[in-house]
Design a protein around this ligand. Sequence first.
Ligand code: KIV
Length: 274
Amino acid sequence: MKNSVATFKEAKKNGEKLTMLTAYDYSTAKIMDECGVNSILVGDSLGMVMLGYEDTLSVTMDDMVHHTAAVSRGVKNALVVGDMPFLSYNTGIRDAVINAGRLMTEGRAHCVKLEGGKEVADVIKAIVEAKIPVCAHIGLTPQAINALGGFKVQGKNADSAKKIIEDAIAVQEAGAFAVVLECVPDALAEKISNMLDIPTIGIGAGVGCDGQVLVYQDMLGLYSDFTPKFVKKFSNVGDVMREGINSYIKEVKDGSFPEEKHSFKMDKSILEQL
Ligand code: KIV
């Protein structure tokens, strides 16, 4: 079934949980799409898990467009969300709309995601008015790590929890069709999910959210630099890869690969002419 922002609305109304995973390339997106995930987020987490940066701040619009387009080519049914990188939407409304537009026209995303609450409500409104659906992202917003003092759970005290509630209301009023809640206590996430008309997509925000998102390298055991508490490893693809790569090295070294069936033949008489 083809997913759209209407699917998100319907799921919230019917109490059906939404699934979202990140992907950054054609082949992975194709597998996820075939499995029936509702949505694929081309997250700026690509800076860390694909490009090896220590945070997401160095990711550019060109990086995001390039990877979003690759994912879009692999997807038939999932809703493709293109993530807006650091400073692509904070330097003015015009920049924000142009950059969101690039993710749609060049990246062929179906919608965009950006980080922030009340302070970016006017940006969300302008992008939505340009007919580009927006998924908001509040709580721990990794592009703000220098302002937040690191990757820390947000909303643990009353002031910070109230601010997250205000942010959730502000992004909904600005027209966001969904909101990612990252690293907030489960009870707060549940309260916000019950308050909002739009679906909440949790990452480190407990089971009370309307859906969940995970970075695929985390949930498949492909990224070992850092594993947050909220990650569950659903399989260990890293080990499967290691096994395959070790067998390849061994078989090339001992001459057992390639076999006859992997090789091409030519006419013996042609060989004799050479
Ligand atoms: O960039 C990303 O992958 C994200 C998710 C962690 C929600 O923003």
